[in-house]
Design a protein around this ligand. Structure first.
Ligand SMILES: [Zn+2]
Length: 129
């Protein structure tokens, strides 16, 4: 079977790599392919960011109702996305937001340099007579 050879470039460091494919793929697709497997700082940070955004979506987006919790507001969601971006590019190491009603969002890097997204709900019911 005939194979096509295309060169793609990492969109962060520019390193070129030959890709073999059974289908003729576009330059953009080849670039994406090389970027996704590149080990440079930019590509790694971008992959971390993509993963973190997925976790934020899971824990604070519309789908979070499956955990019996309320989705974050649009503004809160924006704040979390920006924090994840800063985290991926090592501008901040950890941050905790209090969203009211006992809802807290913590974003931090663990010892393995992975970004952790933690949602906590601390609802206290207190009665005094
Ligand atoms: Zn690269």
């Amino acid at each position: 079977m005939e194979q096509f050879e295309v060169t793609g470039n990492c969109k962060y460091c520019g390193v070129g790599k030959m890709i073999q494919s059974l289908d003729l793929i576009t330059d953009e697709r080849a670039d994406l392919n090389v970027t996704n497997s590149c080990g440079c700082v930019g590509a790694i940070s971008n992959r971390q960011l993509e993963n973190a955004l997925g976790k934020i979506e899971e824990l604070f987006g519309k789908e979070c109702t499956k955990f019996g919790v309320t989705p974050a507001t649009e503004e809160q969601y924006e704040i979390l996305k920006n924090a994840a971006k800063s985290m991926a590019y090592d501008e901040i190491l950890h941050v905790t937001y209090g969203f009211g009603n006992g809802v807290k969002a913590k974003i931090c890097k663990n010892a393995k340099d992975e970004i952790e997204i933690i949602r906590t709900n601390t609802s206290v019911i207190k009665r005094t007579t």
